[in-house]
Design a protein around this ligand. Structure first.
Ligand code: PLP
Length: 421
């Protein structure tokens, strides 16, 4: 089910024609669909039923307060990787006991903020972090619930920049060392072991690596229980991939993922946590942009857009593909022609697509990048002093700006001059 469809020849987000948003907010702008966010969250909770579980949305994929509130109100937990994300989740009304704190480099200040505000668990990634957390919690007279993130040494078979479960990645504790570190955790003041955590990477298009990792986690659960640890929660991470093209690739569905979870760890009587980001937010958003110029190139025409790599960095950073749709539906029978689709930034890397077949387009036409709801706005910057891209949330026929574009004045005001200048 797709909530970005043509109606009467115009691309809509749910019931809202995209040109209406472009006219009022300007472009570039991210547009999110409430119905898609809700649907994807529900697919996961239904896939894990009847196991006791909590779906913790990975805030790093889309941290807008409105998106977090929408999912939090449905009962979602949150997976955060910084104090900033923790405070966003809290500001969106998500209680601390539904927030898990992941990440390799949590600082003592960040630990303190989460312990003060309330936290479901820290997913601890190293021995030095474990000792630091013990000191911080003990000094506050608090107890930090923890899991240890184990690195199961499986190949996630995804892009190398987002693969996290091989033994040479920076993440987690080698699974072979887990027993020793759990033994230390049990001895440390201010620490309470509650479970095991694993996250092997992002944009996985195959269940096999998950299966392998979760099977290892199940074995480890039995071992640690025999050692006397109360393993009552398993955090299985995120990483389920989405289709970035509408044609061939078909990543596994949450329902199949849920069945695999039940098969590998369902018998252990643990509460299951998962941390999906991309699969909930990715296809819930488009980046809407206008053509500024069509420029004659040596080989083909350049489509120069008002969106650039600072608004959507995935193509230049990961070589990622995003489908690009003309907002006005091309009449039947129109021959597509290949374009190099580029942004305004002064870097050759600011290229969205090369030789992309699109119907003939002209200056002023609108296009939409699909699958831009995850790792889009959160990675945006103001490189080239381009105003941070705004965000809009649609619900049925209604829409609202959920992050406004800053004015040039506001951007200038953030800098200050030292007294000697
Ligand atoms: C990035 C990340 C996620 C989310 O990954 P997706 O591919 O967006 O599902 C979940 N957990 C951790 C620890 C992460 O770093």
């Amino acid at each position: 089910m797709d909530h970005f469809l043509y109606r009467d020849g115009v691309l809509h987000a749910e019931d809202v024609p995209l040109p209406e948003i472009a006219a009022e907010v300007g472009t570039p702008v991210y547009v999110y669909s409430t119905a898609t966010l809700e649907r994807h969250y529900r697919l996961f909770t239904e896939a894990l039923d009847p196991l006791p579980h909590l779906v913790c949305f990975a805030v790093k994929s889309n941290g807008n307060l409105a998106v977090l509130k929408l999912l939090g109100d449905l009962g979602a937990g949150m997976d955060v990787v910084s104090a900033g994300e923790y405070l966003r989740a809290r500001a969106a009304g998500v209680p601390g006991d539904r927030i898990v704190f992941s990440g390799v480099g949590k600082t003592r200040d960040e630990m303190r903020i989460a312990l003060q505000g309330g936290i479901r668990q820290f997913n601890v990634e190293s021995e030095p972090e474990l000792r630091a957390l013990s000191e911080v919690a003990a000094s506050m007279g608090a107890v930090a619930p923890i899991t240890l993130r184990v690195n199961p040494d499986v190949d996630a078979r995804t892009h190398e920049k987002i693969s996290t479960g091989k033994k040479d990645n920076k993440f987690g504790i080698p699974i072979g060392r887990a027993r020793a570190v759990y033994a230390e955790a049990a001895r440390l003041p201010g620490i309470e072991v509650v479970g095991i955590d694993v996250h092997i990477g992002s944009q996985l298009t195959d269940l096999e690596p998950f299966d392998e990792a979760y099977t290892k986690v199940a074995e480890l659960t039995a071992t640690l229980r025999a050692d006397g640890h109360d393993i009552r929660r398993l955090d299985l991470g995120g990483g389920l991939g989405i289709p970035y093209t509408r044609s061939n690739e078909a990543p596994p569905l949450p329902l199949d993922y849920g069945a695999m979870v039940k098969r590998t760890v369902g018998h252990l009587g643990c509460e299951i946590e998962i941390e999906p980001g991309r699969l909930i937010s990715g296809n819930a958003g488009v980046l809407l942009s206008s053509v500024i110029y069509v420029k004659e190139g040596q080989e083909r025409e350049f489509l120069i857009l008002d969106a650039a790599m600072n608004d959507l960095v995935r193509p230049s950073m990961y070589g990622a593909h995003h489908d690009i749709l003309p907002v006005e539906e091309p009449p039947a029978g129109v021959m597509p022609q290949p374009y190099d689709v580029v942004g305004q930034v002064c870097e050759t890397g600011d290229t969205f697509a090369k030789g992309r077949p699109l119907p003939p387009l002209a200056a002023g036409d609108l296009v939409a990048f699909r699958s831009a709801g995850a790792y889009g706005a959160v990675m945006a910057s103001e490189y080239n002093a381009r105003p941070l891209v705004p965000e809009v949330l649609v619900r049925g026929p209604d829409w609202a700006v959920i992050r406004a574009r800053p004015s040039y004045e506001e951007m200038l005001k953030r800098d200050s001059l030292p007294a000697w200048l």
